[in-house]
Unconditional design. Structure first.
Length: 372
């Protein structure tokens, strides 16, 4: 049987190496010789040798016995790794052997927040600067996120020695099995706070009320989302902040309706204006606009006002305003009006004329889709 090599030689460190030196050496060599990475003959035995050496030298009691008596001093002593060998999988492949388990001390991004912002019809069309007020968690200004009362500092957890994990070794018919779990004393942080910060009660965070003035671009629509980067909850262990998402809601207008970047407006004209033609004034989002009603206008006639719609969000220009004309039939008539209409009716004839297209079919042709 081959003689065991000196554990310090195995890890390529001097005999006065610190715990951190041992840890760095172990991680470097274990990654280099892991059987799933290194396919050379002897890589598996070399990996076992590295783990065995680190298991002894990372334990203060076992290391002291080894320094005094060599390999004979640690025979029969229980094995407890100072590092989880399966962390090597996480560094190479981004996941652990336990189905994606990652260190609780790794940086994590903060949570995103949502804010529902109400806009008038005009604000959605032309854009606006809107004040918002919301609450979020932030780093405690008193302890700077440490959770310790100012003037004190967190200390390394005595239970897990700062690793954030506890390990138990069980002997099975397959050999020694190491169970790794979150340290119950520090919750995986690796540190404990003897004197919690009074301002945040040791959480390291405090709730703040935030005011912002947000620019809303022109042309946004109902349900549009705007992302404010870094305005969400703070990250954990130095991770980046989350984002704040504004969800926009446009209030309905008294007269205008929206169809994409076009604005629709229903306007009623009387019988005389429809028959003889007229010049009328209609409202737009830019102010009143003069519109010519052609002679003989039929119900459902659409007059298009170019460039009077909603600004395009991702390109220059604007949509149009579509003025939907309907002919208003009077419900009551004066004696003079009745006589005039009777004379007109006598000249037009009384026979009904079937239409080739319904009003709804005309709308379908206009918009290129269904109308309902």
């Amino acid at each position: 049987m081959a003689e065991k090599r000196d554990y310090y030689q195995v890890l390529e460190v001097p005999r006065d190496a610190s715990s951190e030196d041992l840890r760095r050496a172990y991680r470097r060599l274990a990654k280099q010789h892991h059987p799933d990475v290194n396919k050379d003959d002897g890589a598996e035995e070399r990996f076992k040798e590295i783990n065995e050496a680190y298991a002894v030298l990372s334990d203060d009691q076992r290391r002291a016995a080894y320094d005094r008596f060599g390999h004979a001093g640690v025979q029969g002593m229980p094995t407890d790794f100072g590092i989880n060998p399966f962390e090597i999988f996480e560094e190479f492949f981004g996941f652990g052997m336990g189905g994606g388990r990652r260190s609780r001390r790794a940086p994590r991004r903060g949570a995103d927040l949502r804010y529902d912002l109400s806009l008038t019809f005009e604000e959605a069309v032309f854009g606006a600067e809107k004040p918002i007020h919301f609450a979020r968690q932030d780093t405690c200004s008193a302890c700077q996120g440490s959770g310790a009362e100012p003037g004190t500092t967190p200390v390394r957890c005595a239970t897990c020695n700062g690793s954030g994990e506890v390990r138990q070794v069980r002997q099975t018919f397959l050999g020694s099995m190491v169970n790794v779990g979150t340290c119950p004393a520090c919750g995986g942080a690796g540190e404990t706070v003897a004197t919690p910060c009074k301002a945040c009660r040791g959480s390291g965070q405090q709730r703040l009320e935030i005011d912002r003035l947000v620019p809303v671009p022109a042309g946004v629509d109902e349900g549009t989302q705007i992302r404010l980067s870094g305005e969400g909850e703070p990250g954990v262990n130095g991770g980046p902040r989350g984002d704040l998402y504004l969800v926009l809601h446009a209030k309905p207008h008294r007269f205008f309706r929206r169809r994409g970047d076009d604005i629709l407006l229903d306007v009623s004209i009387n019988l005389a204006q429809a028959a003889l033609g007229a010049k009328i004034s209609v409202p737009t989002v830019d102010g009143d606009e003069a519109v010519s009603v052609p002679t003989g206008t039929q119900p459902g006639r659409v007059v298009r006002l170019k460039g009077k719609g909603v600004p395009h969000v991702r390109r220059n220009g604007r949509g149009d305003q579509l003025v939907m004309l309907s002919v208003e039939v009077p419900r009551t008539l004066t004696k003079e009006q009745r006589e005039l209409l009777e004379k007109l009716g006598a000249t037009l004839g009384a026979d009904a004329k079937p239409q080739e297209k319904s009003f709804v079919d005309s709308l379908k042709d206009l918009f290129g889709g269904s109308a309902g």
